[in-house]
Design a binder for this molecule. Structure first.
Ligand SMILES: [Zn+2]
Length: 567
């Protein structure tokens, strides 16, 4: 590729809306351009990287006996109604109607489509196991698209679906994918960690997420220093504290708590510990308002709440809705006297004695409230988020937090979709059995962005060589110098002949501009051709990861570059 002919529009400054390093660098270095919120063009450099990641994914999938196919992006609503997910997806689903008023969606995932295909084609045990995948655009109408390619509304995904005779077969498929994913992310140069996770809207029994470690990651990972435990904080179980407090229940009393809105305010005003107060939270669970209680110093975990109270959507309730139902706005809410509202309490509330809670009256709280005596609950559950430093759920060691970008997820679906859609096969005895399914996704465009998030410095991107858009850039100091250009041209052609992907920066620009662009774009190798090349056959060889250049003969340079890229 000659830079003079290339479509690589680099920018000097970070675009205003770019909110993470990878987003800034991918736009500035000319890999992507925004079209609308969460929708991006992949420019030629971005497209090259994307294709390389796709090819790594393909190689690993094919090596694990998976076969590639391609399904329609536009999916009929009827299939989603059969599994009940037409509603689960809520506003995140892009819904469209054709000219006959038939409803469709732009695929956010393809479990329904593939299961429909397979139920119509597979009838016998002889056709199983089957592993089918595609690489394609997916659509989710995110409330807040952000971080460039990391949370877009259109993104490239690899989705694989496995079909097995029984749970043992599914185990095998799951293990094969777990290994394939480990290989994919290693080959892409990502520092990635598999963690136990929640199934969310997809459902299923076992699932792991593959997390690229990064400070901007939206997911919190809990891991243990002493063992291999690692989980998304959404599912990390919290220990149940069984210590009984040795105190006699006192008579409940209503006290005035002016200007005390938060737990901290109330605790300070009443001169008690936050651990003596309970947090009263209201959630909108579909159409229903529910109440969750938690010890004052703990944080609620939405995912756990939704497990205890299954619903399509769970959101913190609006203050207006709570005020209407309870007769009091935020700041003085409590469980005492609540009518027709389900109350779920965290384990931490169960053994509390003489606690403090809001009185459901502006600027008043109750003291000496006792669970069971003064209010009733549906039950006590694990509803909170494990704090960093608490004991590891597996070995009791000390837990730590890390942030991660979810780049892949593997699910054991079991028979959830095959039952709903009646995908079955006949065994050797002619008996009908339900197919066991797994599904396995890789965010291909997200992997691209996560790689940049992990591999950069103040000058730009540092591409791992397996997915770099080009391997080498050859920079003649002066494009007007015919002798320099001839040597640069020669190196360019020799490297190409050896199978390397090379850019010749033949632009009539100052060397500083070319170097800046080379570092920004992040080619693994830069070869600079200056005066010494003409007088002494010496050029500069520099790796993007190295601080210094080396002076080598043209021949040595070519040998080194080829060896480095192919090693
Ligand atoms: Zn542990």
């Amino acid at each position: 590729m000659r830079m003079s002919k290339a479509f690589i529009p680099t920018l000097r400054d970070n675009p205003a809306e770019a909110d993470t390093v990878s987003h800034q660098l991918l736009v500035r270095a000319g890999f992507i351009r925004k079209s609308a919120a969460g929708l991006y063009h992949y420019l030629p450099l971005g497209m090259r990287v994307l294709s390389k990641i796709e090819n790594i994914v393909r190689e690993e999938m094919d090596a694990a006996d998976c076969q590639e196919l391609l399904m329609p992006i536009v999916q009929p609503a009827e299939l989603w109604m059969e599994t009940g997910r037409w509603h689960v997806y809520g506003d995140e689903m892009f819904r469209i109607q054709d000219r006959h008023d038939r409803s469709f969606c732009l695929g956010p995932t393809h479990e329904e489509m593939i299961t429909d295909l397979v139920r119509n084609e597979v009838t016998s045990y002889r056709q199983l196991p089957l592993r089918l995948y595609q690489i394609q655009n997916k659509y989710r109408d995110e409330r807040r698209p952000r971080f460039g390619l990391i949370r877009g509304r259109e993104f490239v995904m690899k989705d694989m679906y496995s079909f097995d005779r029984d749970p043992a077969g599914l185990d095998e498929s799951y293990q094969a994918m777990y290994q394939a994913y480990t290989n994919v992310f290693r080959r892409c140069g990502l520092n990635c960690r598999p963690v136990e996770a929640d199934g969310g809207a997809i459902g299923g029994s076992a699932t792991h997420e593959f997390m690229a470690l990064a400070d901007i990651g939206e997911a919190t990972i809990v891991y243990c220093d002493s063992c291999d435990y690692a989980a998304n904080v959404e599912i990390a179980p919290c220990p149940k504290d069984d210590t009984k407090i040795d105190a006699a229940p006192l008579a409940m009393e209503k006290v005035s708590t002016p200007n005390s809105k938060t737990i901290e305010d109330v605790a300070a005003f009443l001169k008690v510990d936050a651990k003596q107060c309970i947090k009263t939270l209201f959630f909108q669970a579909d159409e229903e308002l529910i109440c969750v209680l938690m010890r004052g110093d703990y944080e609620v975990n939405d995912v756990k709440v939704q497990k205890v109270h299954p619903c399509y959507t769970l959101e913190m309730a609006e203050e207006e809705a709570v005020a209407k139902a309870v007769g009091c706005s935020f700041g003085s809410l409590g469980p005492v006297g609540l009518k027709d509202i389900k109350i779920y309490a965290d384990y931490s509330v169960e053994n509390m004695v003489n606690l403090v809670c809001g009185a459901n009256e502006e600027a008043y709280h109750f003291i000496n409230v006792n669970p069971g005596r003064d209010f009733q609950v549906e039950g006590y559950y694990d509803l909170r988020t494990l704090n960093e430093g608490e004991p590891c759920p597996k070995c009791g060691g000390v837990t730590k937090y890390a942030r991660g970008i979810e780049v892949g997820q593997v699910f054991k679906l079991g028979t959830k979709y095959s039952e709903a859609l009646n995908a079955s096969y006949l065994d050797e005895n002619g008996k009908s059995n339900i197919i066991h399914m797994g599904c396995y996704g890789i965010g291909v465009s997200r992997t691209l962005a996560a790689t940049v998030e992990q591999n950069n410095d103040e000058n730009g991107i540092i591409w791992p060589k397996n997915i770099a858009p080009y391997h080498v850039v050859v920079v003649p100091i002066s494009a007007k110098d015919e002798e320099q250009m001839a040597i640069a041209e020669n190196i360019y052609k020799q490297l190409q002949a050896q199978g390397l992907e090379v850019v010749l920066d033949d632009r009539n620009e100052r060397p500083g501009v070319k170097f800046k662009d080379a570092d920004l774009i992040g080619y693994p190798v830069r070869i600079t051709v200056g005066k010494k090349a003409v007088s002494d056959n010496i050029v500069e060889y520099k790796l993007r990861t190295a601080q210094e250049n080396e002076e080598l003969t043209v021949e040595e340079t070519i040998t080194r570059a080829v060896a480095y890229i192919k090693e």
